[in-house]
Design a protein around this ligand. Structure first.
Ligand code: APR
Length: 233
C-alpha cells in the first residue's frame, strides 16, 4: 500500500452484525419486522410519535448491551496507526466504532445515542427513553426526537464526506448492501477521482460492479486481514 495516503471507509450494518445488531435487509432483518414507512420517516413520526419513539427507545437500549467485534477493533487499530488521511463514514447509528477506539468517525445517518430538540435544534447525548417526553436539556421543551436520519431527510456531513473523497486514494466499503443513496453512490465518486475501490462484504452487494475488487466473507474475519495488509505496507 506504499502509494496510498488517504483512505475513506464506508461501513454499514454488516460491520455490526456479528455484534448482534440486526441488519436491515437480511432475512428477518429490521425492515422485515417493521415497515420503514411506519417507523423511519418524518411522516411516521407526525402520524404516530409514540410508535416511532418506542421503536427507537428499544433500539437505543439494545445497542448499549452490545460490544464491538473484531472488525470494529481492526478499524480502530487502523485509525490509530494510519499516518495519512482516514475517515470512517458510517451509515450505522450504533456507537461500536467509537467504543472500539476509532476517532475519525462520521455518522452520516445520525446516532441512536443522540437526541435532537425540534424546538431549539440542540442535540444532546442521550442513553435513556424518549417515550415520556423528557425536557430538552437546553431549552426545557418536551420536543426531543431521535437524532437519526429518516428516509426523506438529508444525511449528515455530506460536505465533509465529499471533501475526504476528493483526496482519497483508496475507498473501502464494508458491510453494506448498497441499497440506500447517497451512501451507495460514494463508490462512484471515488472512482471518478481515480481512487482504488475495495468492497468487503458477506455477499455481493448492489454496488459490487463499481468496485475494482470485492472480498467476500464475515467482517470479523476479512476486515482484520485487510487492516493487517494495509499496515504491513
Ligand atoms: N460481515 C460482512 N457483511 C455482512 C455481515 C457480516 N457478518 N452480515 C451481513 N452483511 C452484509 C449483508 O450481506 C448486506 O450486504 O451487510 C449488508 C447489510 O445491508 P443492509 O441490511 O441493507 O444494511 P445497510 O447497507 O447498512 O443499510 C443502509 O439503509 O435502512 C437504511 O438507514 C438504514 O443505514 C441503513 C441503510
Amino acid at each position: 500500500m506504499n502509494r496510498v495516503r488517504n483512505i475513506v471507509i464506508l461501513t454499514g450494518a454488516g460491520v455490526s452484525a456479528e455484534s448482534g445488531i440486526d441488519t436491515f435487509r437480511s432475512a428477518g432483518g429490521l425492515w422485515e419486522q417493521h415497515r420503514v414507512e411506519d417507523v423511519a420517516t418524518p411522516e411516521a413520526f407526525a402520524r404516530d410519535p409514540d410508535l416511532v419513539l418506542r421503536f427507537y427507545d428499544m433500539r437505543r437500549a439494545a445497542i448499549q448491551e452490545k460490544t464491538p467485534n473484531a472488525a470494529h477493533e481492526a478499524l480502530a487499530r487502523l485509525d490509530a496507526a494510519w499516518p495519512g488521511g482516514l475517515l470512517i463514514v458510517t451509515q450505522n447509528v450504533d456507537d461500536l466504532h467509537e467504543r472500539a477506539g476509532a476517532r475519525r468517525v462520521l455518522h452520516m445517518h445520525g446516532e441512536h445515542l443522540n437526541a435532537w430538540c425540534v424546538a431549539c435544534d440542540a442535540r444532546a447525548r442521550w442513553r435513556d427513553a424518549l417515550i415520556d417526553r423528557p425536557p430538552c436539556p437546553a431549552c426545557g421543551a418536551r420536543a426531543l426526537r431521535p437524532d437519526v436520519v429518516w428516509f426523506g431527510e438529508m444525511p449528515y456531513g455530506m460536505d465533509a464526506i465529499h471533501a475526504a473523497l476528493r483526496d482519497a486514494d483508496l475507498f473501502v466499503s464494508i458491510g453494506t448492501s448498497g441499497a440506500v443513496y447517497p451512501a451507495a453512490g460514494l463508490v462512484r465518486h471515488a472512482r471518478d477521482i481515480g481512487a482504488r475501490t475495495l468492497e468487503l462484504n458477506l455477499e455481493p452487494s448492489q454496488g459490487s460492479a463499481w468496485f475494482h475488487e470485492s472480498r467476500l466473507g464475515a467482517a470479523s474475519a476479512i476486515v482484520p486481514a485487510w487492516v493487517d495488509e494495509v499496515l504491513a505496507g
